[in-house]
Design a protein around this ligand. Structure first.
Ligand SMILES: O=c1[nH]cnc2c1ncn2[C@@H]1O[C@H](COP(=O)(O)OP(=O)(O)O)[C@@H](O)[C@H]1O
Ligand SMILES: [Ca+2]
Length: 461
C-alpha cells in the first residue's frame, strides 16, 4: 500500500478563479511527486462533490466542524483496469473560501482485474470489499457518510460481452451500496476509450504546464494498458484534421478554448490482449482442447503456462527457431496489419508515454525506474533485437520480453513514429477519470462532447 503524505508547504493562497484548484494540484503533482494521474483526475471531481457533501452533512451534524480552521474531506476512487483494480483514497483540506488542496493519498492495488470474474461475479466481491476495508481504515468514521465513492472500469470490461460486464458492474454497485460511503446511482461505470485518452491528455498537459501557459504547445499522450492503448494529441496541421477517419477527432472545450483533439483508443491492442493475439488465442476462451499455443516470440526451448483473464494457457516457443526477432516481428506485424491509423503529424509533436511503455522501458534499463526518462523510439527496436537474439540461446527471466518489446516497437512504428523520435516515458498515466464522466462527478465540468456534437466540456467557474 502506498501512502503519500503532503508536507503542507504548497498551500494555495486565495485565488479568484477556480483554475487555482487545478494549478495547485498540478504544481503539487508535477514538482513534488509526479505520480499516478488518476489521483489528479479524480481530484477534479471528488473535491467538489466531497466538499459539497461534507457541507451538507455539516448542516445536520456538529461532527462536520472542521478543526484548526480547515475543512477536511475525502474521496474514494476505484480504477478497474484490465489487469488489476486499484483504490485511491484522497484526503483534501480547504481553508474557508479557498480552493482545496490534496493533503494525503492512500493507494492499494489488487490483481487480477474485475473482468477476470466475468463467469463468477460473486468472486469479484471479496477484492472490492478488501479495498473498501482499506478505505474504511483510512477515512475517519465520522466522514464515511459524506465521502463519495466511484468506480471507473476500462478495457477489461469493454472487452466483455455487454451482459457480462453489466452483471459485474451491478455486483460492484451492490457492494458499494452496502458500504457506509456516499454512492450515487452512477457510482460504477465503464469509461469509454476516447474519454480515457482525453482525460490522460488533459492531465499530462496540466502537468507539463502547457494548458496554463498561453502559446505553449501541447504534448501528446500515449498510454499502453493491458487491454487497450490510447493515442491523443492536439493537431496543428489542417491535413491531420482533414484526413483523420470519423471517430478519431473529438472536441473539448475547456477554459474558454476549444480543442479539436485527435484521440483514439484501440481496444484489444493493450499489451496483454496483444500477447494473446500473437499467441493465437481468443479473448475469454481457453485454447481448444487445452492445446498448446506456440509462438516464434518465445524462446525455442521454452514451455510454460500463462494466465490471462483467469484462463490458463499452455504456451511454448517454436522449436529450432532461428532469428527469433525476424520471425516474431513478422507475426506481430500480422496482428497489427490494418489496425492502426497513421498520422504524419505525430513526428512533430512531443509525446509522453505511460503504463506498459514505462514498465518495459524501465525493465530493460532504457529509463530510470524511479524517475522515468527519455528515449528514442528506435531504442525499443534495439532492445527487442538484443533480447530476442539472447533468447534464442538463453531464455530470459521474463519469457515475454522479446514479444513485448517487438510489439511496442512495431506499434509505435504503425502510429507513424520514426526511429529517431524522442518520447518522454513516465509512470504517470491517465487511467480512470471521474472528472470526465458526463453523468458522474463532473461538478467542475459540464459533460464532454465528442466529434459531431457541439463542444461542451466547459470549465464552470
Ligand atoms: O496505480 C497504478 N500504479 C502504477 N501503474 C499502474 C497503475 N494502474 C495501472 N498501472 C499500469 O497500467 C498498466 C496496466 O493497464 P490496465 O490494467 O489499467 O489496463 P487497461 O488500461 O487497458 O484497462 C500496467 O502498465 C500498470 O503498470
Ligand atoms: Ca489503465
Amino acid at each position: 500500500m502506498r501512502k503519500i503524505p503532503n508536507n503542507g508547504n504548497l498551500k494555495m493562497t486565495k485565488v479568484a478563479y477556480p483554475l487555482g484548484l487545478f494549478i495547485c494540484l498540478f504544481i503539487y503533482v508535477a514538482y513534488i511527486k509526479w505520480h499516478w494521474a488518476s489521483a489528479t483526475q479524480a481530484f477534479f471531481s471528488i473535491t467538489e462533490v466531497a466538499s459539497g457533501a461534507r457541507r451538507g452533512q455539516q448542516a445536520h451534524s456538529p461532527l462536520g466542524t472542521a478543526t484548526h480552521g480547515h475543512e477536511v474531506f475525502y474521496g474514494i476512487m476505484f480504477d478497474a483496469g484490465s489487469t488489476g483494480t486499484r483504490v485511491h483514497i484522497f484526503q483534501f483540506a480547504r481553508q474557508p473560501g479557498e480552493t482545496p488542496t490534496l493533503t494525503h493519498e492512500t493507494f492499494k492495488a489488487l490483481k487480477p482485474g474485475l473482468s477476470a470474474y466475468a463467469d463468477d461475479v460473486e468472486k469479484s466481491t471479496s477484492g472490492i470489499q478488501e479495498l473498501l476495508d482499506v478505505a474504511k481504515k483510512d477515512v475517519p468514521f465520522d466522514f464515511w457518510k459524506a465521502t463519495p465513492l466511484v468506480l471507473k472500469a476500462t478495457a477489461g470490461l469493454r472487452l466483455l460481452p455487454g451482459e457480462k460486464a453489466q452483471k459485474l458492474l451491478q455486483k460492484v454497485k451492490e457492494v458499494f451500496k452496502a458500504s457506509p460511503f456516499l454512492v450515487g446511482d452512477d457510482c460504477v461505470s465503464i469509461m469509454n476509450g476516447t474519454d480515457e485518452g482525453v482525460s490522460a491528455w488533459i492531465t499530462v498537459n496540466f502537468l507539463t504546464g502547457s494548458l496554463k501557459t498561453p502559446g505553449r504547445s501541447s504534448v501528446g499522450m500515449l498510454d499502453l494498458g493491458g487491454g487497450s492503448t490510447q493515442i491523443t494529441f492536439l493537431p496543428r496541421v489542417e491535413d491531420t484534421l482533414q484526413t483523420s477517419p470519423p471517430g478519431y477527432l473529438t472536441s473539448l472545450q475547456m477554459f474558454n478554448r476549444t480543442y479539436k483533439l485527435y484521440s483514439y483508443s484501440y481496444l484489444g491492442l493493450g499489451l496483454m490482449s496483444a500477447r494473446l493475439a500473437i499467441l493465437g488465442g481468443m479473448e475469454g476462451k481457453p485454447a481448444e482442447d487445452g492445446k498448446e499455443l506456440v509462438s516464434p516470440c518465445l524462446s525455442p526451448g521454452f514451455t510454460g503456462e500463462w494466465q490471462h483473464a483467469e484462463i490458463t494457457y499452455r504456451i511454448s516457443g517454436q522449436k529450432a527457431a532461428v532469428n527469433l526477432h525476424e520471425l516474431c516481428a513478422s507475426r506481430v506485424s500480422e496482428i497489427l496489419r490494418n489496425k492502426v491509423h497513421r498520422t504524419e503529424e505525430v513526428k512533430d509533436v512531443d509525446f509522453y508515454a505511460f503504463s506498459y511503455y514505462y514498465d518495459l522501458a524501465a525493465n530493460v534499463g532504457l529509463i530510470d525506474v524511479e524517475k522515468g526518462g527519455s528515449l528514442v523510439v528506435g531504442d525499443f527496436d534495439i532492445a527487442a533485437k538484443y533480447v530476442c537474439r539472447t533468447a534464442e540461446t538463453h531464455p530470459p527471466g521474463n519469457p515475454f520480453l522479446c514479444m513485448d518489446l517487438t510489439y511496442i516497437s512495431l506499434l509505435l512504428q504503425e502510429f507513424g513514429f520514426p526511429e529517431n523520435k524522442v518520447l518522454k516515458v513516465k509512470t504517470v498515466s491517465g487511467c480512470s477519470c471521474a472528472l470526465y464522466d458526463p453523468k458522474g462527478w463532473g461538478y467542475c465540468f459540464q459533460p464532454p462532447s465528442h466529434a459531431h456534437s457541439a463542444p461542451s466540456f466547459v470549465f464552470s467557474s
